[in-house]
Ligand binder design. Sequence first.
Ligand SMILES: Cc1ncc(C[n+]2csc(CCOP(=O)(O)OP(=O)(O)O)c2C)c(N)n1
Ligand SMILES: [Mg+2]
Length: 663
Amino acid sequence: MNYNKIDDLSVNTIRALSADAVQKANSGHPGLPLGAAPMAYALWTNMRHSGKNPQWHDKDRFVLSAGHGSMLVYSLLHLFGYEVSLEDIKDFRQLGSITPGHPEYGHTKGIETTTGPLGQGVANAVGMAIAESFMADKFNRPGFEISDHYTFVIAGDGCLMEGISSEASSLAGTLGLGKLIMLYDSNRISIEGSTDLAFTEDVAARYRAYGWHVDEVSDGNDLNAIAAAIESAKKESEKPSLIIVRTEIGYGCPAKQGSASAHGEPLGTDNVRALKENLGLDPDSHFNIPEQVYEHMKIWIEKGMKAESDWNNLLESYSAAYPDLFNEYIKWHERDISETLKDLLIPEGYDKPVSTREASGSILNRLSATVGNLIGGSADLAPSNKTFMKNMGEFSASSRSGRNLHFGVREHAMASVTNGIYLHGGLRPYCGTFLVFSDYMKGAMRLSAIMGIPVTYVLTHDSIGVGEDGPTHQPVEHLSSLRSIPNMTVFRPADAKETAAGWYHALTCKDSPTSLILTRQNLPVFKESSDEALKGGYVMRDSDKEKPDIILMASGSEVELIYSAYDSLRELGIDPRVVSIPSFELFDAQEDEYREKVLPSDVRRRIAVEASNSSEWYKYIGLDGKFIKMEGFGASGKAPDLFRHFGFTVENVVEVAVRMINS
Ligand SMILES: Cc1ncc(C[n+]2csc(CCOP(=O)(O)OP(=O)(O)O)c2C)c(N)n1
Ligand SMILES: [Mg+2]
């Protein structure tokens, strides 16, 4: 392909449009769109995508990892025929607009992931590329390459400074993700100034060491050179590709070009004028898209529509040639799998005491047969997290059919890659580590919640029950921290049956991620536990009276304590109620009437027991209640000794209850 003047005009139109929008909003980041417009244009004119159907399963994926440059992508969406109007662009960064400050998945059609926290997009893209190769291996047949697309990322200096991109890129190199192509907007400027201040490494050498194919384009305005680099990256099928494009931040704006001040503030009206004059555009017109640019864009729009309709035809003949596979392909893209999972909640087969991580592992292995698109793994802790699916193979550079992923010791990338796998479509991913290391992946977990995507986190070793490994490995504040993330369902089951309910919820929920919080140590299986756990909280053992003397509540392993305290208290003539609350979010979502039935407001004597310091319990225990909790960090020792040492005993629960009754 040879680009010419009209393409340059299109690129400059993107620049002016982006600068106008930032100026009108009086907020935003003009520097990246000005510098990276040519690489983005060269990329979007080489991508297989169609604004008419951003949901097309086999479109090339695009991630703007440097999410602060959002105006670049909104300009592209508008010009390439997506549903972003000029009015939407004039509304940039305004409340309720579809052009928010950073790109938001599910908010603007054509935005494939939420970016802004730097580096996340790189890891999301690795997940998308994993998903693509897995789907290709599963569904493609000779002559029917129904999964055959690239995943493109534009990343900036900041993305490549962040540890998460190193973790993810290292993994991508090991996995040989040949259809992952990253364009690096190397303008050597970030907010505080030159990257010489803090980032002098040889990025090319680093990526070569990761096992990537690395190319460099010295002139970031050279559309043909960028397109040629993209072409050769596409030909490299064994390695992911990095194209380092030398650009200038704020390109075209004489007073700002090459300077950090172009990064994150409007250029100023005079500078916007100067930019347009410099680029040969009319300085007096705003949000102006020359008619010939719209006309020219039709070439690309039509090319995209044609590519999609070719693919639709391919899929149709595939459905005739391989009806079973086709049906499975469609099924995998369906969101509702409650029908497939209906047997999961049958309570038989759970009798012996078992840790909830072990229960989770056997449930997962049952699920792996029925939910063919379940895929996941751990950050090097599969034997501990019980996240391995037996006989389901291991995903690697040489085997794309494996459903067990090895993320290596890279929690942050793991969670973000898992988001990417889900966002690609077709798959139901999970990932696991110790609960205490959820801190290492919080950035990505928060994004799952913002995006409302149902990925599953398997977080084991959930308390001082870890034992000898000591306080570094014993979560205390983590439950509170996860419960405080809006739209994250935290589910801490009390036994194996509740664990099944947790998995059921995780896989049937459509719009939020789930964190399953599981024990290392064995727990009894209660005859009274049930799929009532799906309501988040339920009465496990009740008092004989209409109104119990006291309500004991707990989650997870501490349910065992209140369960036994119930018997001791009854011997003392006290009539308690035992409430298991595996999930605050699910309980809070119940009707008022149900919650009032479980926790009647006129029963003010309430005790919560949890080996954490999660202050969220106070909303259930009220001002008169008591929370038996962790006061500080744990310690190294045998788990039973630790529980005793920190006051998590039946005797202590009974004592606190008796004191409360007598007060
Ligand atoms: C994880 C994270 N840390 C910090 C920020 C704040 N931030 C936004 S852009 C930016 C600098 C990015 O520099 P670069 O990627 O080179 O972008 P450019 O200035 O070239 O547009 C920073 C620190 C962020 N968005 N995400
Ligand atoms: Mg930069």
